[in-house]
Design a protein around this ligand. Structure first.
Ligand code: NDP
Ligand code: 8X3
Length: 253
């Protein structure tokens, strides 16, 4: 297994959910972590909690120039990340496509697709030049399995899945790994964001089951990153035991 103290981990969406848990998991193992996100007070709290092995920076991943500038100006000790965790993302709404708001679709594409691409584009050249790195993308089971109301969210995650696989194709011969993590139901702020702060509606997907936690996913990501360098987890799909598949929907007259 790799020594995590040799890892410098750049994380988008570190102010909540998987991103915050992943920062904690790597930091507790002795890695250096760069936690980014839009909410300053949460970044400050993360920095106070994790101490000198943690650097935090405000970042909106939909701002391409900001992503480029941040990666180019990382402080000494954090300037050469060898793990990139492109995690920032969101679902907005669960309406059928014909009732969905275009602004929600645009924001999901701006964040889950463009923001992820800006992040990888800013960090990948350094990893290739140093011939050492690992790009971890947050896909979803929604990128594989359609569900009612998943329309554009699922499509963004299908993009992430294919982008991860195509990155692997481009990186043949380089010591740069790519992993698409594809979780099912995990209880974070994801649902609260999807339902725009409606706590009662947000709680419903997790009622009566044991969902995954942010820590479960952080552990999975950590494991994939400390595997020996000759191993690459291409895709890792993970669900709660209490979640599975259903029949195809059939409309009968
Ligand atoms: P949370 O809502 O708990 O966290 C999302 C994070 O993304 C926050 O830190 C938020 O930070 C950040 N974020 C959102 N928009 C932006 C932006 N424009 N710029 C920078 N950061 C942004 O959700 P999760 O932790 O659950 O989700 C993380 C990833 O995992 C997402 O890509 C999601 O699609 C995916 N996923 C989640 C699943 C789940 O069931 N929870 C299952 C499968 C995949 P801030 O608002 O401070 O910027
Ligand atoms: C999040 C999982 O099933 O809510 O990506 O779309 S799901």
């Amino acid at each position: 297994m790799l020594d995590p103290t040799n890892l410098t981990v750049f994380v988008t969406g570190a102010t909540a959910g998987f991103g915050a848990a992943v920062c904690r998991r790597f930091a507790e193992a002795g890695a250096r972590v760069i936690g980014t996100g839009r909410r300053r007070e949460r970044l400050d709290a993360l920095k106070s909690e994790l101490g000198e092995r943690c650097h935090v920076a405000e970042l909106d991943v939909t701002d391409r120039d900001a992503v480029t500038a941040l990666v180019a100006s990382l402080p000494a000790g954090f300037a050469a990340p060898n793990v990139c965790i492109a995690n920032a993302g969101l679902a907005l709404g669960l309406e059928p496509a014909q009732q969905a708001q275009m602004s929600n679709w645009e924001q999901m594409i701006a964040t889950n697709v463009n923001g992820l691409l800006y992040t990888v584009n800013a960090l990948l050249p350094g990893m290739v030049a140093r011939d050492e790195g690992h790009v971890v993308l947050l896909g979803s089971v929604a990128g594989d399995y359609p569900y009612p109301g998943g329309n554009v969210y699922g499509a963004t995650k299908a993009f992430v899945k294919q982008f991860a696989l195509n990155l692997r194709a481009d990186l043949i011969g380089k010591q740069v790994r790519v992993t698409n993590i594809e979780p099912g139901l995990a209880e974070t702020e994801f649902s609260l964001v999807r339902f725009q702060g409606d706590a009662a509606q947000a709680a419903k997907p997790y009622e009566g089951l044991t969902p995954m936690s942010a820590e479960d996913i952080a552990e999975t990501i950590f494991w994939s990153c400390v595997l020996p360098r000759h191993l690459n987890v291409n895709r890792l799909q993970i669900m709660p035991t209490m979640q599975a598949f259903g029949n195809f929907a059939v409309h009968r007259r």
